[in-house]
Write a protein that binds this ligand. Structure first.
Ligand code: F6P
Length: 560
């Protein structure tokens, strides 16, 4: 295991500290004095146009950040990842989500730990596409002979957030009349509400779980199976005997997992299971068989276009020098804001309603990856790591939390994502509604960057204490990501962009962005507490005073 480089001990870090000491950002001045700033800092990334010019950096700072990437071996770590080295040190695994989107026949072939990765990836992809086509065409039928109208994906974390986000984003491509639903929470409300109104005879359930051990997913899968049996029995579609129940599961349940033995133990026919591999992290798995619900709802072609978008960005990262490498630069900017300018959170503000789940998706991607206090060799980190990612689509966010970004005391870098063409063009009184929407995106990034001075406020006739209240400091950093339209490929590009931003930050900080031990303790304790919920007195007695008191509150308020 290699020892991570301490970023704070590099000469680039010292340079950045010196810059920070005398740093007085002034975007108004920088734009006025430098006619080329926008052109220099606007970079192409496949179909994306990325404008970094409204960030709080000078050329000197950017150059020092690039040196930081060099000195912490960002490019070398990326190459190690692509080659299948076990960079996930705590689990002793390769990290190969990039292999999921390599085109068929890519050379040289990728063989890792004796596995022909390209062959296996494409074998599953082909099976997945063929199965999706059977469901979409109506060849695959439910136990009573009816075609599938609804697909319910049961999964959580990476087995849910990616599929649901993509399903929402690409809804205009859903062309087979099949609706997708997503159940994740163990709160029984979730499965109850998502299955309400569905017909078991025309519903296909996908149990999606990398490990096939996750409490929430297996519990919800059993609830869904009970719902299926009860519904089919009351419709007279099956008898209540064991054989017809097994037959019903074979027609209405499929699974996606790396643990195909556990799938079989659950009662799902292994023929109807789609595998992936331990070198795909849950939060990096939407482009694996975990995307089965998407292949069914949107079609295998759309799914392949999504993968092609990912791959275009992987290739950009692999072949572009650091100083023009968009994901690397965006990751480095995040390091600048986090470690030198003290920002703690990062807003992602899509100007596209279809991307309303994108911030939630990024929360798992970025925070489960980089929320770490130890480095990949187990030694403590040497600087602050991780950012709190959050956001809502514009313009909803404008009417909720933008006030704090504009005039609050915290520095919140924000990524704006917008598209030149809408999925649903419409006019209001002769005006293009999407045009108005985009005017808001442009207005917000402009206001955040350049603000409004006290003199400008006074020129408008405002006086007294209101002047300060109506003044905007500006110098609030933003990145604008613009694309022609939200196509499957563009969505793949956006996801891959953030995967590689996350990776860059992880490398600089010396952390393993691919494990998630921090979620384990809560899972273990829930299993210990469950008996106390169910009335076990010794389990209750074994709890700390606060947990015991809360359990007693529960017991005294529970309606039996
Ligand atoms: O939250 C922890 C986690 O392990 C995530 O990393 C993962 O995406 C999620 O649980 C679901 O896990 P699985 O796909 O194995 O059910």
């Amino acid at each position: 295991m290699s020892t991570p480089i301490d970023p704070t001990a590099t000469s680039a870090w010292s340079e950045l500290e010196a810059h920070r000491a005398s740093f007085e950002p002034d975007l108004r001045d920088w734009f006025a004095a430098d006619a080329d700033r926008v052109e220099r800092l606007s970079l192409p990334l496949a179909d994306l146009h990325v404008d970094l010019s409204k960030n709080l950096v000078t050329d000197e700072i950017l150059a020092a950040l690039v040196r930081l990437a060099e000195q912490t071996h960002v490019a070398e770590r990326y190459a190690a990842m692509l080659a299948g080295e076990h960079i996930n040190t705590t689990e002793d695994r390769a990290v190969l989500h990039t292999a999921l989107r390599r085109p068929k026949g890519a050379a040289p072939a990728l063989v890792v730990d004796g596995q022909d990765v390209d062959h296996d990836v494409h074998e599953v992809l082909d099976r997945l596409g063929a199965f999706a086509d059977r469901v979409r065409s109506g060849e695959w039928r439910g136990v009573s002979g009816k075609r599938v109208t609804d697909v319910v994906n049961i999964g959580i974390g990476g087995s849910d957030l990616g599929p649901v986000m993509v399903s929402e984003a690409l809804k205009p491509y859903a062309d087979a009349g099949i609706r997708a639903h997503f159940v994740s929470n163990i709160d029984p409300t979730d499965v109850a509400q998502k299955t309400a109104g569905l017909d078991p005879e025309t519903t296909l359930v996908i149990v999606a779980s990398k490990t096939f051990t996750t409490l929430e997913t297996l519990t919800n899968a059993r609830l869904a199976r009970d719902w299926l049996w009860a519904g089919l029995e009351s419709a007279g579609a099956i008898d209540g005997d064991e054989a017809s129940r097994t037959d019903a599961v074979a027609h209405h349940f499929v699974a996606v997992s790396t643990a195909l033995d556990r799938v079989a133990a659950f009662g799902i026919d292994p023929q109807n299971a789609f595998g992936f591999w331990d070198w795909v992290g849950g939060r990096y798995s939407v482009d694996s068989a975990i995307g089965l619900s998407l292949a069914i709802e949107l079609g295998p072609e759309v799914f392949r276009e999504l993968l092609a978008g990912f791959h275009a960005v992987d290739e950009h990262v692999r072949t572009t020098p650091l100083e023009r490498n968009v994901p690397v630069l965006m990751g480095l900017l995040n390091v600048w804001y986090t470690n030198f300018l003290g920002s703690q959170s990062h807003a992602v503000l899509p100007y596209a309603q279809q991307l309303h789940r994108f911030p939630a998706y990024l929360q798992q991607l970025t925070m489960e990856s980089n929320g770490k206090s130890v480095r990949w060799d187990g030694s403590p980190v040497t600087t602050t790591t991780g950012e709190v990612f959050w956001g809502e689509p514009g313009t909803n966010g404008q009417h909720a939390f933008y006030q704090l970004i504009h005039q609050g005391t915290r520095l919140i870098p924000a990524d704006f994502i917008a598209f030149a063409n809408p999925a649903y063009p419409s006019t209001d009184d002769g005006r293009d509604v999407h045009g108005l929407f985009l005017a808001n995106f442009l207005a917000q990034t402009k206001a955040l960057a350049f603000g409004k001075t006290a003199e400008e406020v006074e020129t408008e006739g405002t006086t007294g204490s209101l002047v300060a209240a109506r003044t905007f400091e500006g110098n609030r950093p933003t990145t604008s990501i613009f694309a022609p339209a939200l196509t499957p490929s563009v969505l793949g590009q956006l996801i891959a962009l953030y995967e590689h931003i996350t990776f860059t930050q992880g490398v600089v900080w010396g952390i393993n962005s691919f494990d998630q031990w921090g979620v384990e303790l809560g899972k273990q304790l829930a299993l210990q507490i469950a008996p106390a919920i169910e009335g076990d007195e010794s389990a209750l007695a074994g709890q700390d005073a606060s947990t015991r008191a809360l359990l007693e509150y529960y017991r005294s308020h529970r309606r039996t």
